[in-house]
Design a protein around this ligand. Structure first.
Ligand SMILES: [Zn+2]
Length: 396
């Protein structure tokens, strides 16, 4: 079905446009609907918004009293990027004294969306706040207010508004609220206020005990204070909170073990990988094994992993580890290995490193809020896919 029609449907349904189409009631007029309504609707269904707009513009000229037509037209203009025209239409509607309360609320909502689209956030904010007084519009208005405060990085107002959504409408907001506390913690860290940051992180974990970001920040704070034991303990907690984020602990974990016996790091990595198998952990483990136990056991570990996983990073490391022994077999063997390494490096450089579970957005680094769909904590490090067992009879 046409995307345009789907976009317009909630507006149409809410505004009684459907009722108008069925010929029951129209604001500012009575009787059967103009056949042009159906023509406009058909254009929307056929995904021809330009023709639909022509029809609605003519209808609006002939019948300037019908608020539903004006609303439909204004919405179409905004979605086509003609925000000024949308604003003029919706402001005209708002100026009318005879508009029923429900249609007035709809016009107010449309105008607020116009302002938001135009980047006039303070005007949009005022209108959305007014809309929270209307029961039917409250949820959407509060969500839009959160959207505005997130754009303005006003995390305290994000928290207040999310709390209103949660307490009035029962909308679970724990995950997002924990990230607002984390944002406040990062602001405090930038100002050198470690105590303020620590307090904000405690608030984040009280709101959402599974907030990996808060634990990673706590670990970073501990490292900066020279509390390596506490940092190691916190990094290990990430395994229980969100094992998919384990690759993120590695730089800090290696830093926390600096100056300690390498076997301590090896044991910790081994235990973590046993509890939460993960490609990035395995690579770090193979490095530690190579340093302490030598090259052959590290190679065995990587070969075992690559047997079950299409993990290019592990293949690349394996080829590096094999380079020295292969050099003894002559120039041809070495050249082949280097060519393979180049191919693997090329393929790796085109692989996504992070991806959003919710919308598929691909990123080079970790974003706690997805730039695509604005969800919190939906972007994860991409794991190598598991290889299926090869059929025993060799059939395809
Ligand atoms: Zn996303």
């Amino acid at each position: 079905m046409s995307e345009w029609f789907l976009l317009l449907l909630p507006l149409a349904a809410a505004s009684g446009w459907w009722a108008a189409l069925r010929g029951s009631q129209r604001s500012g007029g009575g009787g059967a609907p103009d056949p042009a309504y159906f023509r406009g609707l058909n254009y929307l269904l056929d995904d021809q918004p330009d023709k639909a707009i022509d029809v609605f513009v003519k209808l609006a000229e002939m019948d300037s009293e019908t608020a539903e037509v004006q609303l439909a037209l204004g919405g179409l203009f905004r979605r086509r990027g003609e925000v000024d025209r949308a604003i003029r239409i919706h402001q005209g509607l708002m100026a009318r004294q005879d508009l029923p309360k429900a249609l007035r609320a709809l016009a107010l909502q449309e105008l607020a969306l116009d302002y938001m689209r135009a980047g006039l956030l303070d005007r949009a904010e005022r209108l959305f706040e007014e809309l929270t007084q209307f029961r039917d519009q409250r949820r959407r208005a509060l969500l839009s207010l959160i959207d505005i405060y997130q754009q303005e990085k006003d995390w305290r107002r994000c928290l207040e508004t999310a709390d209103r959504l949660q307490s009035f409408l029962g909308e679970p907001m724990g995950v997002a609220m924990a990230h607002y506390h984390c944002e406040l913690a990062e602001e405090a860290l930038r100002l050198g206020d470690d105590e303020g940051a620590a307090a904000a992180l405690r608030d984040a974990l009280a709101t959402d005990a599974g907030c990996v970001r808060a634990t990673l920040l706590q670990a970073r704070l501990a490292l900066d204070r020279g509390e390596a034991d506490r940092a190691i303990h916190l990094f290990q907690r990430v395994g229980d909170q969100g094992p998919r984020f384990l690759p993120e602990i590695l730089p800090g974990l290696l830093e926390a073990f600096r100056g300690r016996p390498p076997s301590d790091l090896l044991e910790t990595l081994r235990a973590l990988h046993r509890a939460h198998p993960n490609g990035a952990l395995l690579l770090a483990l193979a490095d530690a094994v190579e340093r302490i136990e030598g090259r052959p056991p590290a190679i065995r570990l990587l070969v075992e992993h690559v047997r079950g996983h299409a993990d290019l990073a592990a293949v690349e490391r394996l080829l590096e580890l094999r380079e020295l022994p292969l050099a003894a077999e002559g120039a041809e063997a070495l050249e082949m290995l280097r060519a393979l390494s180049r191919v693997v490096r090329h393929l790796r450089s085109h692989q996504p490193r992070y991806r959003c579970d919710h919308c598929g957005y691909v990123a080079r680094r970790l974003h706690w809020q997805c730039p695509g769909c604005k969800h919190w904590a939906s972007i994860h490090p991409v794991e190598a896919s598991t290889l299926a067992e090869r059929p025993a009879n060799g059939s395809v």
